[in-house]
Design a protein around this ligand. Sequence first.
Ligand SMILES: Cc1cc2nc3c(=O)[nH]c(=O)nc-3n(C[C@H](O)[C@H](O)[C@H](O)COP(=O)(O)O)c2cc1C
Length: 225
Amino acid sequence: MKAILSTAMILAALASITIGYSKEAKENKAEMKSNSESPTTVSEKKFLIVYFSMPETTDPNEMTTDEDNSVVVIDGHVLGNTQYMAYVIQEATGADIFRIEPATPYPTNHAALVDLAEDEKGVNARPAIEAQIKNLAQYDMVFIGYPIWWSDMPMILYTFFEEYDFSGKTIVPFSTHGGSRFARTPKTIQHLEPEARMMDGLTISRDRIQNAEQQIMDWVNGLDL
Ligand SMILES: Cc1cc2nc3c(=O)[nH]c(=O)nc-3n(C[C@H](O)[C@H](O)[C@H](O)COP(=O)(O)O)c2cc1C
């Protein structure tokens, strides 16, 4: 079990806007309903947070080490490591938030997930995404977060970057990892989105995520937003 967020942060997450639709997001009480009609504006720009995250359990009790490594627990709510980062960034920016979810749900069992991810990478798969972002055009800057899998982005991020055109937009990458840091993934993103402007991102070890709230806030506040 990892970090305990402040009540204020939970309230901030509850008050936030989630855009797009997905089964899990609808069921997740920490993520609100779609309201893409009123994008959040910070300064004169519009921000969006997109993330993929695979918490390996929904049960905060009696976790295995692998499950514990993949989650942060807040008042009994289980969040993935990258999901937690996304929520802290949302707290700092007030941005809209969108979760990338596979059309065919991934296993939460660690060994099965590791095997599936290896298979997907081996065949250069493009797993289908459950829901779409409504009107990406309205956003100037997009934070994009993911865990490092097999020294790369999860293959569903390749699907994502092939589905959307980020020309003229600013991308801010963020990730969580088990030792590989970014594993050169920002360069990969720039290659996939050559007309986007890449900003320096933030990657945080799963071993340090429990104490990272202030680091994430400081990083966001230090960006030229
Ligand atoms: C399938 C799989 C492959 C992984 N491969 C790597 C890796 O190559 N390098 C690394 O540093 N961490 C690796 N990890 C660890 C994750 O990056 C780390 O646990 C991350 O914080 C999980 O984030 P999440 O809870 O948001 O999914 C892997 C985890 C999984 C499940």
